[in-house]
Design a binder for this molecule. Structure first.
Ligand SMILES: Cc1cc2nc3c(=O)[nH]c(=O)nc-3n(C[C@H](O)[C@H](O)[C@H](O)COP(=O)(O)O)c2cc1C
Length: 325
């Protein structure tokens, strides 16, 4: 896929087919803003408990962010059944505007699956279909993130979702049993994309620009950047360059960032993160990102070590600023 322009996918207009995946504990408002600036066409919240929203849990509510955020932003919810899901969605819709509502049918974590939510729903196509229907009342596109099962099972499940009115299927080519291990099955993702044209976004093993290009060549409308952006914070601009998307000056710089550009990027995370999510979270996020940055620059491992020992943002800021001079 080449060229620029806007892309209409799953009822949402986006600026590029490379999207930030939902990542629990990571895709906070600051992380989302960072990757929007890197050229992500769309960003996801992390998965949010529909039940937690209905119980007016403050920490759950905080995951929604606020209206001032630049979109498109997709809210991902998890729930065990349609009633619980619709109640949570109603609370969320009162809190702020979103561009699409997404149901998590992919999470493999026992604390989610043991309640019948996340990837456990793959075994319950009737409830999954009811869940899609229950969100249609809100007038937003309804998306489902799911995992593969076997080939026939995946096709039948996707067909049930499509018939119920799902606008987009975001398919991760790993089974529930695999969790995040082993290779993602690109074949099944491509096959489903051919059966449901214009309706499939891909997830799984996107670490290099070519990985995303292959999914798009196979007919997927978009690709989710997940662990790839934890390893390389600049994967999205590199990919957009590879795909021939027009980059603004800032993004072009980040497609091949100098040590100073990388420092600036982390400092921008810190500046926003400390205010929005607090210092503790920001330090953890910054360390995680720095672990994959500054590769090939002299002094990089000493810098990473020094940052890993910082106990407050002011000292990390000082170390980073000193490194870029
Ligand atoms: C730390 C972490 C948190 C995740 N949280 C979510 C989540 O909240 N919702 C979801 O649908 N998927 C979640 N995922 C799955 C990713 O969105 C993605 O589908 C998966 O990592 C496969 O892509 P990859 O192989 O390119 O990393 C998470 C993955 C990781 C590693």
């Amino acid at each position: 896929m080449n060229g620029g322009g806007r892309l209409l996918a799953g009822g949402v207009e986006t600026s590029s087919p490379i999207w930030l995946a939902p990542l629990a504990g990571v895709t906070t408002r600051t992380f989302r803003a960072f990757h929007r600036a890197m050229g992500a066409g769309l960003v996801h919240t992390e998965m949010v408990s529909a039940l937690g929203l209905s119980y007016k849990n403050k920490r759950t509510r905080d995951l929604l962010g606020d209206e001032n955020e630049q979109g498109p932003v997709v809210l991902q919810l998890f729930a065990s059944n349609a009633t619980e899901l619709a109640k949570g969605a109603e609370t969320a819709m009162k809190a702020r505007r979103f561009d699409a509502l997404e149901i998590n049918m992919a999470c493999p974590m026992p604390k989610v699956t043991k309640k019948g939510a996340g990837a456990r729903l793959l075994e319950n196509p009737d409830e999954a279909a009811r869940m899609v229907l229950s969100l249609k009342q809100f007038g937003l596109p309804v998306w489902v993130k799911l995992r593969k099962t076997d080939a026939e099972g995946t096709k039948a499940f996707c067909a049930a979702l499509a018939v119920s009115g799902a606008d987009l299927l975001l398919l991760h080519g790993r089974t529930l049993a695999q969790r995040y291990d082993g290779a993602a099955d690109r074949g099944i993702v491509g096959e489903i994309a051919k059966i449901f044209p214009g309706m499939v976004a891909a997830s799984g093993d996107y670490y290099e620009p070519d990985d995303a290009a292959r999914y798009l060549d196979d007919g997927c409308v978009a690709v989710l950047a997940a662990r790839g952006v934890l390893r390389d914070a600049f994967l999205i601009p590199r990919t957009l360059l590879r795909l021939g998307y027009p980059l603004d000056e800032k993004m072009e710089k980040f497609a091949n960032p100098s040590a100073r550009d990388q420092t600036e990027a982390i400092l921008s995370i810190g500046k926003m993160g400390v205010t929005v999510e607090g210092e503790r979270f920001t330090l953890v996020l910054a360390r995680r990102m720095i672990a994959g940055m500054f590769k090939g620059f002299s002094g990089a491992s000493a810098l990473r070590r020094a940052c890993s020992e910082c106990r407050d943002w002011a000292s990390m800021e000082e170390i980073l600023t000193g490194f870029a001079l």
